[in-house]
Design a protein around this ligand. Structure first.
Ligand code: AMP
Ligand code: MG
Length: 437
């Protein structure tokens, strides 16, 4: 962590407190929950203090899935590298076909086996999809429009010169930029990179994220629950969220609500990782506790976000690592991860973010909501008999009910100043496959 960043962080903390006050004043006028910051504004502020990682490494294309390009990538070849046929049929000279007389078959051009001979006037070559169109020919007629009589081939006239030919370089030219830095490599990109002859890619190094759960009541699965205990679920959900190829993660387990144990965990985590994520211990009752430790080790800001579920969120710096403190309630921790941590990790990893897919849908049940916070209710979208998108909630929306996440397929996003919404109204949904993949 450069010193300048450290200093600016402290200034930033003061700035945020002042801003939060101003925001609080502004919000008092518009809703009943003063002092809460809109999550979009909070995210903007937080992201302005996340510096993308500059370390890069070369990896074989084989190992590239999910990684983030550190540099732009240009095509090493013309794509396609030669004129080739899009159909099984006959390659010939378009003008020869205008006479509507049979053409003489002089050879074959199968994929991977170009025709090497001459292409005299009024000749043609049997060609298969992907076969190279012999020099001198310009058109392919598909075999369904051809009749062979020995080596005499009658063809229906092609619609135009160049029909069914995929010309050299039509998709990309040698040296043309195909991807900008920041592109995440998915399945299609793996294929494209191979197509353009790229066997090694320069990628941003993986970021390391260390995470742990805090809470005396939390027990790891596999152990027996004593009265008052619950199983630690957040660590598993977070692990699922972190299972992306641009992240290496370190699971530090469950840490009890003990000052020394938490201090030690923070130290270990921040020494090993670029980002430390915790769950629990950031709500009002616990905040001072974690704050005390983090005041010793770094800087931290507790945010009270106008978001439901997930009001408390902590963001700061421990040593050289960024710190994200998620609320303990399982749904809150997933929602704040989705809304705030994903963009932080993406910016750190130089990922160019995809726009979040938001769709209008007709609400097929009533929704209860108080104005004051943006709500991410768990929804199930489907299509009605007319093929229109509709959505219902999963029912009870308790922030501890994690099953609501797993039976849902989208968030129903209800803006801050909205109150109850009745069936039949248009609402906005964010389908998961677009946002949590
Ligand atoms: P906290 O944020 O620590 O005050 O916790 C809020 C609620 O979330 C409490 O009911 C905790 O028991 C629960 N909780 C905290 N951490 C976890 C966790 N890792 N897994 C499941 N529930 C949790
Ligand atoms: Mg706790």
């Amino acid at each position: 962590m450069p010193l300048s960043w450290h200093n600016s962080w402290i200034e930033y903390s003061f700035f945020i407190e002042r801003e939060t006050d101003l925001m609080a004043k502004a919000i008092v006028d518009c809703c009943s929950q003063p002092g809460l910051m809109h999550p979009d504004l909070a995210l903007e502020r937080i992201l302005s203090h996340v510096e993308p990682i500059l370390d890069t490494e070369w990896v074989e294309l084989d190992q590239g899935m999910g990684r983030v390009l550190a540099d732009s990538v240009s095509s090493k070849i013309d794509l396609p590298p030669f004129d080739n046929s899009a159909m099984d049929g006959y390659a010939y000279r378009f003008d020869d076909g205008l006479a509507e007389k049979p053409l003489t078959l002089v050879g074959t051009a199968f994929a991977g086996h170009p025709y090497q001979g001459e292409t005299p006037p009024n000749s043609c070559v049997r060609i298969m999809t992907g076969g190279q169109v012999p020099a001198g020919y310009d058109t392919v007629q598909m075999q369904e429009n051809a009749e062979a009589n020995g080596d005499q081939i009658s063809l229906l006239p092609a619609k135009r010169k160049g029909a069914h030919v995929r010309p050299l370089g039509e998709e990309a030219r040698r040296g043309e930029q195909i991807y900008a830095a920041g592109q995440r490599i998915g399945a299609a990109e793996m294929g494209v990179l191979a197509t353009i002859g790229v066997d090694k890619i320069k990628v941003v190094r993986r970021i390391t994220v260390a995470f742990f759960s805090t809470g005396d009541e939390l027990k790891p699965v596999g152990s027996e629950l004593k009265p008052g205990d619950i199983y630690d679920s957040n660590r598993y959900a977070i692990k699922g969220l972190l299972s992306r190829s641009y992240v290496d993660y370190i699971d530090l387990g469950v840490i009890p609500d003990d000052m020394d144990a938490i201090r030690d965990a923070f130290k270990r985590a921040s020494e090993q990782a670029d980002v430390v994520i915790t769950s629990g211990g950031v709500s009002v009752g616990d905040a001072d506790y974690v704050k005390q430790i983090l005041d010793e080790l770094g800087q931290i800001n507790f945010w009270r976000l106008a978001i439901k579920p997930g009001k408390p969120f902590a963001f700061g710096q421990i040593g050289s690592a960024l710190f994200c403190g998620l609320p303990g309630n399982p749904v809150s921790s997933m929602v704040t991860y989705y809304k705030l941590v994903t963009p932080i990790l993406e910016k750190l990893s130089c990922v160019t973010p995809k726009p979040i897919l938001r769709l209008p849908a007709t609400l097929a049940c009533d929704i209860r909501k108080h104005p004051g916070r943006v709500e991410y209710q768990r929804g199930i979208y489907s299509y009605d008999e007319q093929g229109r998108l509709q959505v219902i909630t999963t029912g009870a929306q308790g922030s501890g009910m994690l099953t609501s996440m797993s039976v849902s397929n989208c968030f129903i996003v209800l803006e801050q100043d909205l109150g109850n919404v009745s069936a039949g109204a248009q609402v906005t949904i964010e389908p998961y496959q677009q946002v949590l993949d």
